[in-house]
Design a protein around this ligand. Sequence first.
Ligand SMILES: O=P(O)(O)OC[C@H]1O[C@H](O[C@H]2O[C@H](CO)[C@@H](O)[C@H](O)[C@H]2O)[C@H](O)[C@@H](O)[C@@H]1O
Length: 316
Amino acid sequence: MVYVRLPSGPLNMESNSEERFHDNKDVIDDFYDIWLKNYPSALSSFEEIKSMAHEKQMVVLLDYDGTLSPIVNNPNQAFMSTEMHSAVREIGEHFPTAIISGRSRNKVFQFVRLNNIYYARSHGMVISNPSLSLNYGNHEHQTRTIDEKGNDMVNFCPVRDFLPIIQTIKDKLEKIAKDITGASVEDNKFCLSVHFRCVNEEKVGKLKEMVESTMEFYNDFVMEICPIINWDKGRALQYLLDTLGFEDSSNVLPIYIGDDKTDEDAFKMIKSIGRGFPVAVSTSPKGTEALYSLRDPTEVMSFVILLPKWKMGCTF
Ligand SMILES: O=P(O)(O)OC[C@H]1O[C@H](O[C@H]2O[C@H](CO)[C@@H](O)[C@H](O)[C@H]2O)[C@H](O)[C@@H](O)[C@@H]1O
């Protein structure tokens, strides 16, 4: 899949609206409270989640940017706090845990640096895990390899053949971004992100147009290959559940926490499985397939801390 992602809203648009935001803070809070009635906070719903999860196997799936780390201008500096790092390490000790991120392998691991969790990268298009822990079955696009530390690994990657084309597109997009101050292209190996958070508001339209017209050239190709590699974070979630040995298990409850459009596929997948907790992270009301919400990474951390405590039998 050739995939160009335009992250939502440049920062300068957001910061221009900051004053209006303060003037209307009460109104916005009211809207948020109404939204919360439809998408209750996973924190205040914890008793309900606990009772549904009683004697079930929970599997924890987490998005990275905007969920475990705050959104920042420079994508290379989206660090998790030390507290969040400990919370994720701890949850990985008590539940099968995976991070499903749009980032490349090196980047997400550089941020997370934990060996006790699974990683699905490039929006779930690359999943590599130690073979021993996996019921890796007969999935297509899987290969077994030995990693640099000598571990026997299973790599799942349905988009390997498209790497040269993605690189060609990357070169073209980089040429476009070079002439627009604040724009940059992030190479997530099997997908590309065109960043415009720091681009002047007047230039954003031009950037989008140029990116879209470059992609038009590839559109037929993309559409042709899309059905073959029909893959997203929802499918990555399903693959992880299967390979972790929970295929067809009515006992397993996936919990997925994410803030992005691409996370919606994972929310939909949980709904279609018919069991589990899709949790949208958002500071403002938005349309989502999730059933629960958390406001920001700070609330995500509070929630992530509660799960192992509950597992260890702590009373709240
Ligand atoms: O699936 P995710 O882990 O949420 O990754 C999605 C994209 O996240 C990053 O971009 C976003 O976060 C940046 C750092 O806070 C921010 O500068 C950018 O505006 C956001 O869109 C990442 O840089 C992308 O490559 C990921 O695809």
